[in-house]
Every structure is written in structure tokens, then in C-alpha cells.
Design a protein around this ligand. Structure first.
Ligand SMILES: Cc1cc2nc3c(=O)[nH]c(=O)nc-3n(C[C@H](O)[C@H](O)[C@H](O)COP(=O)(O)OP(=O)(O)OC[C@H]3O[C@@H](n4cnc5c(N)ncnc54)[C@H](O)[C@@H]3O)c2cc1C
Length: 406
């Protein structure tokens, strides 16, 4: 059986696995990535029909990695964000110009981003095993021995640092018996593309409706991405509607702030679950991406949080290597865990509070969230803190998040 040795092996080549490989390229490390599904097939779970809102900080990371020039022609800047509660007076507006940035964030189709990142990866010396599935990971002293199965049969790979970026159901997390905190929201997101009679004007909307939050994100060619989160009871009947009746429902729930809803694309649905694994590092091992934390999409923070983790991890690994230390040691990886703990917890807490306050609809909660939106709009300090979270600029930022090379 063939055996190959690498400094770092990343299992999972979704957005997170590929981004980490790109962050660590050109650092004198032998890196391999193992991915089960080829990048250009429709079933590739990382590169599907979703649209991503990238935060300002994610833009900084992608710029520092030299990737933004390729990405820029395909993004739509979010210059304004409008948050409101349908049928109530509370709302808040955020404008990029108030914070001296060209955009509060950028919208891109996940398929497009995945393709661009993967094509860049193909030009690097990162070794790709794809399609290939990890079957077994065993630790022997300071080394991992992995059995993977590709098209030409099984192979053995060895490494000192194993990264589990294998998605929400993470087989690696399960094999290592890392415990998780999980919550089934009993909700699903309907994701599609719409066009409206009014131009999007680079404005993103987050509108809380009695049926659940609707996000409308500006896209290229004057399209808009619609992400509607619904309780499971409401979701199936809406998915079953004809396009015309579905548009009527969207119109009724969202209102006329974008004029008339004219066209809708293919509808996709995603069941929503929260998963958090507290123990994300072990000697020679890091759990990353959805495998470490899967968030509700209401605050559009999932991948943004992953990119921040990647920026921290890449910095810790490269610093350890430059100092002549073992970058796979528990001491090094504990440094990474300590650096991401607080930011992760805050993001999880905020996302969960938004789900709670804007999903339940008793009288008191409606009053509280309306008061919250009014306060947010009128108190500059509070608004600035909220914007910092939205843009991803809160806390001590690692180099890549400040747009600096490692
Ligand atoms: C509706 C919706 C909207 C969202 N919107 C936003 C947004 O606006 N902004 C934002 O920041 N985030 C958003 N997110 C979150 C974002 O999509 C995720 O954070 C991101 O896609 C996670 O990527 P990942 O690489 O960790 O996981 P995945 O994409 O699941 O990749 C895991 C990969 O591992 C591979 N794999 C699994 N097991 C094995 C194995 N044994 N061997 C080899 N390979 C294996 C899989 O094939 C897969 O390619 C949204 C999520 C949803 C559901």
C-alpha cells in the first residue's frame, strides 16, 4: 500500500478546508487535503446554491491571502443594512459611509466562491486527494496514520497535525469521541434568488416577520438572495407552493420596501441545527469550521467565524514554526484555542439570542425587540458595537483579519 507523509493533513475540502490550505500555502509546509466529493459536481456540499454575506473582516482575510482580486468581480457590496420588525415601528439602518469603509460586507454565491478558491488551490503545491474519503485515523506516538480510500483504492497517509474540517456531522469528531452541545431549532431555511421592481441599491434587509426572519441580500445582475427561516410546520407548505403563490407569500410577509416581487429561482431548503464542540484541539489535532461550530444563519456569521478561526490558527502555526517550536504540540494548539474561545462564545451567544428574540412572538418579546431596535438606532455607542460585530472587527484581530500577510 502507498504511504505518503505530510506536515499537515486537512480532512474536508469545503470552504473551510480549502481556505485553511490557502492560508498556509507558501509557508514551507507539506500540506495535503482529503475531500470526498469532487469540486465540480452538484453534490459538493460546500459549494451549493447558498449565497454568503461575507463580513468586512472576511474581505480583509481574503485580501491578505491574495485572493480578493479574483473574487471582487463576483461580489456585491452591502453599503446599507436595514433591520426591521414587520408590522411594528422599530427599525435600524446601518450605512458603510458612517464607518468610513466602502462596504459593511460583501455578498457572493457560495458556488462561485468555492470554485474560485478551489481553482487557486489547484495552482499551489498542496496535494489534493479528491475524491477520497477518510476511513480511519489512528495516533501512534506523535504521528497520525490515516487510511483514505480514493478511486484507485486505499492509501495510508501520515502527519503530525491533523485538521478536521469535515462538516457538521464530522466523522472525525465522532471517531475521536469529542462531545458536542446540540440544539435542533425545529426550523428550516428556504434559500432562493428573487428579483423585485425596485433596484436593490446595495442594501441588505433583515426583516423579522411573524412567520420568521427574511433576509434579502443584494446580488450581481440586480438579483437578490432570499433566505427565509421558518418553523418546520410552516416550511413544508411554502416549499410546496407554485412560484407564483410563493412570491405572493413573500410579498405579504416582507411588504413593499423593495417594490413588487417579480421572479423567483429554484428553492432549496436547509434544516437548521446548532452544534458546538468545546474541545476543539488535542495534541496534533484541530477541529475547524462547521465541525467545530454550526450556527443558525440568521446573523450570517457561520463562515465569517470560520475565517476568523483560520486566521488565528494560521498565525499560531506559522509563529510556532518560525520560533522553531512544534506547531502540532498541545501547548501551541492550546494557544489557538485560548485565542478563539471568547470570540466564538460571543458570536454563538448573539446568534442564539437573535433566534430567540425574533422567532418567539409573545407580546412581551415583541415589545422588547422593538424597544431594542429603537435603542439600537438612536444610541450611537450601542450601534457602533453592533456594527463591529456585523463587520467582524470586534476584539483583538489576528494579522490576516487586519488585511496583513502572515
Ligand atoms: C442557509 C444557510 C445560509 C448561510 N449563510 C451564511 C452567510 O451569509 N455568511 C456566513 O458567514 N455563513 C453562512 N452560512 C454558513 C456557511 O455556509 C458554513 O459556515 C460553511 O459552509 C461551513 O463550511 P465547512 O467547510 O466547515 O463545511 P462543509 O461545507 O460541510 O464541508 C465539509 C467537507 O468535508 C467533506 N467530508 C466529510 N467527511 C469526509 C471524509 N470522511 N473524508 C473526506 N471528506 C469528508 C465533505 O464532503 C465536505 O465537502 C450559511 C449556512 C446556511 C445553512
Amino acid at each position: 500500500m502507498t504511504k505518503a507523509q505530510f506536515d499537515i493533513i486537512i480532512v474536508g475540502g469545503g470552504l473551510v478546508g480549502v481556505s485553511l490550505a490557502l492560508a498556509l500555502r507558501q509557508q514551507g509546509l507539506a500540506i495535503a487535503m482529503v475531500e470526498a466529493v469532487p469540486p465540480r459536481v452538484a453534490q459538493q456540499p460546500g459549494f451549493d446554491a447558498r449565497t454568503l454575506a461575507l463580513s468586512w473582516t472576511s474581505h480583509q482575510v481574503l485580501s491578505a491571502l491574495g485572493l480578493w482580486a479574483e473574487i471582487a468581480p463576483h461580489v456585491t457590496p452591502m453599503e446599507h443594512i436595514h433591520v426591521s420588525d414587520k408590522g411594528h415601528f422599530g427599525f435600524t439602518r446601518l450605512h458603510a459611509r458612517d464607518y468610513h469603509v466602502p462596504a459593511l460586507g460583501y455578498v457572493i454565491e457560495i458556488q462561485r466562491l468555492g470554485k474560485l478558491l478551489y481553482e487557486t488551490l489547484e495552482q499551489t503545491d498542496v496535494t489534493r486527494f479528491c475524491p477520497a474519503t477518510l476511513e480511519q485515523a489512528n495516533r501512534d506516538g506523535n504521528t497520525w496514520e490515516l487510511t483514505i480510500r480514493g478511486e484507485s483504492g486505499p492509501m495510508t497517509l501520515t502527519t503530525g497535525l491533523l485538521i478536521g474540517a469535515d462538516g457538521a456531522q464530522s466523522p472525525l469528531r465522532q471517531q475521536l469521541q469529542l462531545t458536542t452541545r446540540e440544539k435542533d431549532y425545529q426550523q428550516s431555511a428556504i434559500v432562493t434568488t428573487v428579483s423585485t421592481s425596485l433596484a436593490h441599491d446595495n442594501t441588505a434587509f433583515e426583516r423579522f416577520t411573524p412567520k420568521g426572519p427574511i433576509a434579502l441580500l443584494p446580488m450581481t445582475h440586480d438579483r437578490q438572495a432570499l433566505i427565509w427561516t421558518l418553523d418546520n410546520g410552516d416550511f413544508a407548505p411554502l416549499m410546496a407552493l407554485s412560484d407564483e403563490l410563493f412570491l405572493q407569500q413573500v410579498q405579504q410577509s416582507f411588504g413593499y420596501r423593495r417594490g413588487k416581487f417579480l421572479r423567483v429561482g429554484k428553492r432549496m431548503s436547509y434544516p437548521l441545527k446548532f452544534i458546538h464542540c468545546e474541545e476543539q484541539v488535542r495534541e496534533g489535532f484541530v477541529l475547524l469550521g462547521n465541525a467545530a461550530h454550526t450556527l443558525h444563519p440568521v446573523a450570517a456569521q457561520g463562515f465569517n467565524l470560520c475565517l476568523r478561526d483560520i486566521a488565528e490558527l494560521a498565525e499560531v502555526v506559522v509563529n510556532a514554526k518560525l520560533a522553531g517550536n512544534d506547531f502540532a504540540s498541545l501547548a501551541t494548539l492550546d494557544t489557538y484555542q485560548a485565542r478563539v474561545n471568547q470570540y466564538q462564545s460571543k458570536t454563538i451567544k448573539i446568534t442564539d439570542s437573535i433566534v430567540k428574540y425574533f422567532s418567539d412572538d409573545p407580546y412581551l418579546l415583541t415589545k422588547t425587540r422593538n424597544a431594542g431596535l429603537v435603542l439600537l438606532d438612536t444610541l450611537p455607542m450601542l450601534k457602533r458595537r453592533f456594527v463591529k460585530r456585523t463587520m467582524g472587527t470586534a476584539g483583538n484581530l489576528p494579522k490576516l483579519c487586519r488585511g496583513l500577510e502572515l
